[in-house]
Design a protein around this ligand. Structure first.
Ligand code: CA
Length: 665
């Protein structure tokens, strides 16, 4: 059998060597391969390699003993197969070996590439690794389960950079900056307060959203003692975990196993895991691992054939081309199945086309419909893709159960992202009430919102509240404290900044939609005024865990807000219709005040009616409230779900820069 097979390969190889490379008039004419065996299929008895390279004149496989150093111990020609692919079967046990592909176009050999579907690599992601994936599973992995989730509106997102989480000495964590930091329990700061994963449980968030954790290019994994920092928005290998967060980036099994240990530990703590995925561009364009397979195909070009740059990073991928679309769908499915990932945040999602995003949604629904998808509904530059095809905010209604970030509520609350000194509603800025109301109704259609007065969008874009991410800060731009400080009114005190901060997150946590906080905001983090810290040192980026003790009042307030939201379904209404029926704004006849009622046990709420008042003014206001047997749970910067006091009058003072929340049974 074996000899027959080799003979067959030889014959086929001779035939294919005589075939001429087809010439295609456009990318649309490239054949599409629909099989699921691209690049490597490993068994202990044989490894089969299949590369999609329709424009290649020759393709070869290079085999290595080492993932980084030394030359190939063997080079083998691949032969032309169906639908633009090249095939080779090596009937040996190649476990532990490394490989690359090399493509010849015309008379020119391109650089080596580990391929784009590669799932394991050596250090720095340069060569693909052949491993047995069963060896990457930590004990108990088969029993690992996603924590329960009913509605997307039940989610509380926490955006976290893996290194920020544990790098500070006062994290008390042993595996600082590593995936394994998430597996450590019982860790404490200098004052003995919980840090790390215990802290996340204490805070009560439901999902950790990790900044890029796939293999990115900017950190040299052979020089980890240099302690370089990067956010990681420079993709190298999409289907491989980043090596610098592992304890040994040279051993291809280690990073995979440790990533899984991280997911397993978070799941055990009742927390779901979201990955930030950056399919919109690659670290380098020409010469990337994708481009070395099929030059040009995976990227968009302008009319003059120059490369377009909607990412602002020098290139943009072309999700509308079938093989890029297939890659994105299968890559997301791979992370959701092999690594048990529970959600995906798409960087610059507006670069992708709507059809691709909906195909990803459908593929994830086949695995588990509670896997969450959301993204930035914008681009960072001009794209040749027609605007009505883009997965941008204004097209959100065409996206199926995929959410977009609301920069509308973000900048209404804290002020412009572009102008650091411009304040928002929480710092006392005027005329932002309608934008705040737009956030409160989760970017849906509501009869009491005047959409013409919004700061950005002039129409509702969400089909229902689960389609919008409400937030006031994230890794981009200044963190909340820095922004509030930079934009503070001339005579604002430090104490007032705390009030602004708490008011901002109160609006986020009580609004309809999916709330999102940036890691460390709950301990009053500062990044020392730097707005783009993508490669700033740890001293700027790391979470200072002693801040939890120093700003205990802020932490307790955030924790209280999350507990309020989780205990009260009225803040988590799943549909636009229910919001329209049960959320009623009340005109308090006072500028910079937004008030509303959530009525009649909406969404199974235990409280009958809830009254929420946000006072953006830097002075207290006297307002007229509906007659009722009210119980205050949030007032004057304090939150207590057991009740602060009762309210029986219709005249009510809301203190400066704060929220009052009360209920009746
Ligand atoms: Ca890397």
């Amino acid at each position: 059998m074996k000899q027959n097979f080799i003979f067959m390969v030889l014959i086929t190889g001779l035939i294919s060597a005589c075939q001429r490379t087809p010439h295609y008039a456009s990318y649309a004419d490239y054949p599409v391969y629909d099989g699921s065996d691209l690049e490597l299929t490993f068994t202990p008895s044989a490894s089969t390699f299949r590369v999609w390279a329709p424009t290649a004149d020759e393709v070869k496989l290079l085999l290595y003993d080492d993932g980084y150093d030394g030359g190939a111990y063997k080079t083998i020609d691949m032969h032309r197969s169906e639908k633009g692919t090249w095939l080779l079967k090596v009937e040996e046990n190649l476990k532990g070996k490394f490989y690359t592909f090399q493509i010849k176009i015309g008379d020119k050999w391109l650089g080596e590439t580990p391929g784009m579907w590669v799932k394991a690599t050596g250090v720095n992601g340069k060569r693909a690794a052949i491993i047995d994936f069963t060896e990457t599973n930590p004990p108990g992995w088969d029993e690992d389960e996603r924590p329960p989730l009913k509605n997307f509106t039940d989610i509380v997102l926490y955006e976290l950079h893996i290194r920020d989480f544990s790098m500070a000495q006062n994290s008390g964590i042993q595996h600082r900056g590593k995936y394994l930091a998430f597996t450590e329990i019982g860790t404490k700061n200098t004052a003995g307060e919980s840090t790390g994963i215990d802290h996340l449980k204490e805070l009560g968030i439901t999902h950790v959203h990790l900044l890029p954790a796939f293999d990115f290019a900017s950190i040299d994994e052979t020089k980890l003692n240099e302690n370089k920092y990067n956010w990681g928005y420079d993709p190298l290998n999409y289907n491989v975990p980043e090596g610098s967060y592992s304890t040994n980036p040279y051993n291809p099994v280690v990073r995979i196993r440790e990533f899984k240990q991280m997911v397993q530990a978070l799941h055990k703590a009742g927390i779901r895991v979201v990955m930030d995925v950056v399919y919109n561009h690659t670290s380098t364009g020409k010469g990337s691992h994708l481009d070395l397979l099929v030059p040009g195909y995976f990227y968009r070009q302008n009319a003059d054939s120059s490369w377009s740059n909607a990412s602002g990073c020098g290139n943009e991928t072309a999700s509308e081309r079938p093989m890029m679309r297939k890659f994105m769908v299968e890559s997301v499915v791979y992370w959701a199945t092999e690594y048990h990932i529970d959600g995906f945040r798409f960087d610059l999602m507006g670069i992708h086309d709507i059809e691709t995003m909906n195909e990803i949604r459908a593929a994830l629904d086949n695995i588990d419909p509670t896997i969450f998808m959301y993204g930035e509904g914008w681009t960072a530059g001009k794209s040749p893709l027609a605007e009505d095809l883009r997965a941008v905010k204004k097209n959100a209604k065409k996206l199926n159960r995929i959410a977009v970030f609301s920069d509308d509520i973000r900048d209404a609350l804290r002020g412009s992202w572009m102008h650091a000194n411009v304040p928002g509603f929480v710092s006392g800025a005027d005329s932002l009430e309608e934008s705040v109301k737009f956030g409160v109704v989760g970017a849906t259609l509501h009869p009491q919102v005047d959409y013409s007065k919004l700061i950005y969008s002039k129409a509702p874009y969400a089909n229902d509240p689960a389609q919008v991410i409400n937030y006031v800060s994230c890794h981009d731009d200044m963190c909340l404290y820095d922004k509030l400080k930079e934009s503070r009114p001339a005579n604002a005190t430090e104490d007032e900044l705390v009030r602004f901060d708490k008011l901002a997150q109160t609006i986020i946590m009580t609004s309809q939609g999916v709330p999102f906080i940036y890691a460390g905001e709950e301990v009053y983090r500062t990044k020392k005024g730097i707005h783009n810290t993508y490669q700033s040192p740890d001293s700027i980026n790391e979470i200072n865990w002693d801040f939890k003790t120093l700003h205990r009042d802020v932490f307790d307030y955030y924790k209280g807000l999350i507990a309020l939201r989780k205990a009260h379904a009225a803040f988590r209404i799943p549909t636009q219709e229910l919001v329209q029926q049960h959320l009623k704004f009340i005109d308090m006849q006072t500028p910079n005040v937004v008030a509303y009622m959530l009525t009649d046990h909406v969404n199974g709420e235990v409280w009958k009616n809830i009254l929420v008042i946000y006072n953006g003014n830097r002075h207290s206001v006297l307002v007229q409230i509906p007659q009722g047997n009210w119980n205050l749970v949030c007032h004057d910067d304090q939150i207590n779900l057991n009740g602060i006091s009762t309210v029986r009058t219709t005249h009510f003072f809301v203190p400066a820069s704060s929220a009052s929340i009360m209920y009746e049974e």
